[in-house]
Design a protein around this ligand. Structure first.
Ligand code: XIL
Length: 362
């Protein structure tokens, strides 16, 4: 890893909105002067890779692209490396979109994290057709992972092999097309071995969400990771999506990151955003919400920085500008939620300054 540039102290002080580091949330927070925020490029100051999710359309966007290239050193495809894009109904593969993303990353010296091979939420017709036919299902599963992970061997540094296997409640694993046909632990163990056979270099991750919001889910996630390791599956990293909201109790992100890191594996905070909606703070003004968001971002990055360096895989943001977030998509009203580090005009928000402050030890 190349040494990060140390930003000039005056620069950082100017970038830090008043009150971000103050403890407690009582009283009227001051509206931070958005327009005057000056934040250095995230990737230049953070001593770890700073990621962002992208889609091919972003590369044609003259306003967004410079922001992406200036600030981020790692890409995750937002959806174009998922089965929904790659696997066609007739069982054939479509690689044009993921190829474009992986090529673009390579051409621009950006590290590529691949997302995702097996996800309960994907139910492709090509697999549903063979639901219940054990041999056909096993073959198609093997074939898919071999083809996709094999194609990007040497061009991606890591894969989310299994995504979101833990149920939101009850500390149990989700029932899904994959568990039904290949066994609850079996589909995961197979996926890790198949990914390893296809790509002997990529770091293989297990990824899930709400690990800070639901301690019971976190326990189930860690228990699963231990079971996979015990079985001999080549699981090598843990991804915590880190979809937060401003209603989270202070301290819960820190506790989660410490806990998840206790197995000693590299940690990827893989889809960071902080929703400003649907909490007890909905009645507050934008400035107060921005301050709450900044505190959470600060807590997150600070907790990540507290990990041993070898465990800091990356922090990936799930979008650049508020207007790019998946939280703007239907049925959500556009423009109301402001979950990301840059505003709709591409200006760094207080949360971006908080990211930089924590990443530089302030
Ligand atoms: C989301 C994307 O942001 C959306 O554009 C897409 O329609 C659905 O998926 N957890 C994940 C991500 O692992 O892949 C999801 O991304 C967000 C939740």
């Amino acid at each position: 890893m190349t040494a990060p540039l140390r930003p000039h102290r005056r620069f950082l002080l100017a970038a830090l909105p008043a009150g971000i580091l103050a403890s407690g949330c009582k009283g009227q927070a001051q509206e931070p002067p958005l327009a005057s925020l000056s934040v250095p490029p995230l990737k230049m100051v953070a001593p770890f890779p700073v990621g962002v999710c992208v889609s091919t359309g972003n590369f044609e966007d003259p306003t967004l692209l410079p922001l992406i290239l200036q600030n981020f050193s790692q890409f995750t495809a937002e959806w174009q490396m998922k089965m929904e894009t790659i696997l066609k109904d007739d069982g054939s593969f479509a690689f044009a979109e993921p190829d474009r993303i992986v090529d673009f990353a390579g051409e621009n010296g950006v590290r590529m994290h691949a997302h995702t091979l097996i996800w309960y939420a994907q139910k492709p017709a090509a697999f549903e057709r063979i639901d219940g036919n054990k041999t056909a299902f096993q073959n198609a599963y093997r074939n898919y992972i071999a083809a996709v992970a094999g194609r990007y061997r040497g061009r991606v540094v890591s894969w989310d092999v299994v995504n979101e296997p833990v149920a939101d409640e009850g500390g149990v694993l989700r029932e899904c097309l994959w568990s039904k046909n290949l066994g609850q632990l079996g589909y995961m163990i197979d996926a890790y071995h198949l990914a390893r056979e296809a790509d002997d270099q990529a770091l293989l991750f297990l990824n899930d969400y709400w690990l800070e919001k639901r301690p019971e889910k976190r326990r189930a996630f860690l228990h699963l990771a231990e079971q996979l390791l015990k079985s001999g599956a080549p699981l090598q990293g843990l991804g915590s999506q880190t979809h937060l909201d401003i209603g989270l109790e202070p301290g819960s992100v820190k506790a989660a990151i410490k806990d998840i890191a206790s197995l000693g594996l590299p940690i990827h905070l893989s889809e960071l955003d902080v929703s400003t909606r649907f909490t007890r703070f909905d009645g507050e003004g934008d400035g107060q919400k921005a301050t709450r968001q900044s505190r959470l971002v600060h807590e997150t990055v600070e907790a990540f920085m507290a990990l041993p360096e070898r465990q800091r895989f990356a922090i990936t943001n799930w979008g650049v500008r508020d207007s790019d977030s998946w939280m703007q998509r239907p049925p959500n009203p556009p423009g109301v939620n402001k979950p990301l580090l840059f505003d709709a005009e591409g200006r760094p928000k207080p949360a971006a300054a908080a990211f930089v402050a924590a990443a530089t030890g302030r």
